[in-house]
Design a protein. Structure first.
Lengths: 113, 513
């Protein structure tokens, strides 16, 4: 399970970073979202990966660490708000600057279309 | 009441921000009065806390009365009290300036401004790493909205970069926190320090990785060399009162670095790597920022590069790691923050009297109030270049005295040359603004009383810091000594560590996944 989990986190992070480095706002936002997912999964695993462990103390002899769950919840809420904000900002930038390039300019040299 | 005073710098602006946002229909005058009153109250509270911390007492406040390390604690020491007072002082100048009309160019200026103060004060007070992340997010979210206040192409374009970079930075922050939590099993700063001290082997390697990641995140906020390219454009395009407030934002990153370095990672293997990284990047930041200061063709980016020079100076000072260096940089920090804030405000005043030319360094029509503005500009320029008799020169002198051995060879010339570059650039800008002008003058854009009050309030800090140089440097020296003794907060929170306890921690660490 550990190998699968770390593979998933790794692939998500790699795709997120790749997309983050693109020139248009849409892939960048998708990249940010993917990076957010990867980080949330990673945070979730910091308490240790257990099977058949109850989330609440008292339900089982080896309960899972509840703190990472609380952290992930906070991170999800903040990430959600940030993504919404970036989406609105990107739309605003598209209409004000007339381009969806992150620099606000169309067709620069080396610009991946 | 006295024990709850620590929570007030967070609660008061928070309640105030909610009130201001809900009272959207009230007149502008009401909003301004409430906002100024809140900021003055914040300054009074900060001064009370400063007085309390000056005695050397460490105060803890367990939120919801949950004992550390299970709950979140607020921690007040000399460093956080100093930063709180600095924030409130800067904020008062900015809010006074904004009351002259900048606040009505967009919606909810004062509410967002107070929310930004919540984030700043929270970041300075918290004793919990995850809580630090939350307060960082609050201050960033408020800063996104404030940066875009008033709209316009340049602000949207700069804002897009700023927001995306910081969201990515937050993701990195969470990764660092995850690594550190996984390795130590706690998020309380003092508790983490205690556990890291008793750690070895693989876990220590994980902690080093987490520590370096954290420093990268804080360097992004503090705008250290490879991570500063967002700053000049962002600060140059922000509205003047917001840009002035942002002068403290880079210092939040610096504060966070100073805090985690002195408290948590001081004895860990990460400490040497952090110091080397901060030292060379800090020096390189000074060099590139000095080039930027000379190359700027507009006053606003010029000031933004001056902010970067001070960031480089402060971080290089942090890397020295001696109490003498910390004393010097804590003395230099309030001065440079307030003067850079004042410069952004003065740039706005200059821009509004020069018509189309704005703050660009080109010939334009003669300024209407050239003597008043010239005087303000002169004081700020002398302050920022670090010339005597203002506090900048004293701060730099203290820092130069604190460097020893081969570090002198690097820091002294760079610091002095950067000061020279600032002097040249400011003299050039001043002569263009005040002497190279056409005959006709426009009578628009007169400096209003509120604007003048804001600028003078910030500029007054420079002579005050010199006049009270003795007590202030004594305070920063005591702060440096407090920071050099990281055992103090640990002992106060968790009691004296006995040998048996230390063994159990080791065991827990060994078991931790």
């Amino acid at each position: 399970m550990e190998a699968l989990f770390s593979l998933v986190v790794g692939v998500l992070t790699a795709s997120g970073i790749y997309l983050l480095l693109r020139g248009r706002t849409f892939p960048v936002i998708i990249g940010l979202a993917m990076l957010g997912y990867a980080v949330n999964l990673f945070l979730f695993s910091t308490g240790g990966l257990n099977t058949h462990a109850a989330a609440v103390i008292g339900e089982s002899l080896t309960p899972t660490d509840p703190l990472p769950q609380a952290l992930v919840l906070t991170a999800i809420v903040i990430g959600f708000a940030m993504t919404a904000f970036v989406v609105i900002l990107a739309i605003r930038a598209r209409s004000e600057l007339g381009s969806d390039h992150v620099d606000g300019q169309q067709g620069e040299e080396g610009d991946a279309r | 009441m006295p024990q709850h005073l620590i929570a007030l710098p967070i609660l008061l602006p928070l309640v105030g921000a909610l009130g201001l946002l809900l009272a959207g229909k009230a007149s502008d005058t009401t909003h301004r009065r409430i906002s100024v009153a809140l900021t003055v109250a914040l300054l009074v509270i900060s001064l009370l806390l400063l007085k309390r911390a000056a005695g050397g007492e460490l105060a803890f406040y367990a939120l919801g009365n949950w004992e550390a390390p299970f709950g979140i604690v607020l921690m007040l020491d000399r460093l956080s009290a100093l930063m709180l007072t600095l924030t409130a002082t800067l904020a008062l100048g900015c809010v006074l300036f904004a009351c002259a009309g900048d606040d009505t160019r967009g919606s909810h200026f004062h509410g967002l401004f107070q929310l930004q103060l919540v984030g700043l004060n929270g970041a300075f007070l918290t004793g919990d790493l995850f809580n630090l992340f939350v307060f960082f997010e609050i201050l960033l979210l408020a800063s996104y909205a404030l940066l875009m206040h008033g709209g316009g192409k340049a602000r949207i374009a700069a804002g897009l970069h700023y927001v995306i970079l910081n969201v990515a930075g937050s993701a990195l922050f969470l990764v660092a926190l995850g690594v550190l939590y996984g390795a130590t099993g706690t998020l309380n700063m003092a508790d983490m320090a205690r556990r890291i001290a008793a750690m070895s082997g693989d876990q220590a390697a994980l902690v080093t990785a987490g520590a370096l990641l954290l420093i990268v995140v804080f360097s992004l906020k503090a705008a250290l060399l490879p991570l500063y390219f967002w700053l000049p454009r962002t600060y140059a395009s922000a509205p003047a009162p917001v840009a002035a407030l942002f002068a403290i934002m880079t210092k939040v990153g610096l504060y966070a670095i100073l805090r985690v370095q002195s408290l948590i990672f001081v004895d860990s293997p990460a400490a040497a790597a952090i110091e080397a990284w901060l030292w060379w990047s800090g020096l390189a930041t000074i060099v590139l920022a000095a080039v930027g200061v000379l190359a700027a063709r507009d006053l606003r980016p010029l000031i933004a590069y001056l902010v970067l020079v001070s960031v480089g100076t402060l971080l290089a000072g942090t890397a020295l790691g001696t109490p003498a260096a910390t004393t010097a940089l804590l003395y230099y920090l309030p001065h440079t923050t307030l003067i850079c804030g004042a410069l952004f405000l003065i740039a706005e005043l200059l821009g509004q009297q020069r018509g189309k030319a704005g703050t660009r360094l080109v010939r334009a029509r003669r300024l209407h109030q050239r003597f008043l503005l010239g005087g303000l500009f002169l004081v700020a320029a002398v302050g920022v270049a670090g010339l005597p008799p203002l506090a900048g020169s004293l701060g730099k002198l203290l820092l130069m005295q604190a460097t020893e051995g081969s570090a002198r060879l690097w820091l002294w010339p760079l610091l002095l040359l950067a000061g020279l570059c600032a002097l040249i650039a400011m003299s050039r800008a001043g002569s263009v603004f005040f002497w190279a002008s056409y005959k006709g003058e426009v009578a628009t854009g007169k400096v209003s009383r509120a604007q003048l009050a804001g600028v003078v309030w910030l500029l007054a800090s420079a002579p005050v810091l010199v006049a009270f140089g003795g007590p202030i440097s004594a305070y920063t020296q005591a702060t440096a000594q407090q920071l050099a003794d990281p055992q103090q907060p640990i002992v106060q929170l968790f009691g004296e560590p006995s040998a048996a306890q230390a063994a159990t921690f080791h065991e827990i660490n060994g078991e931790a996944p």
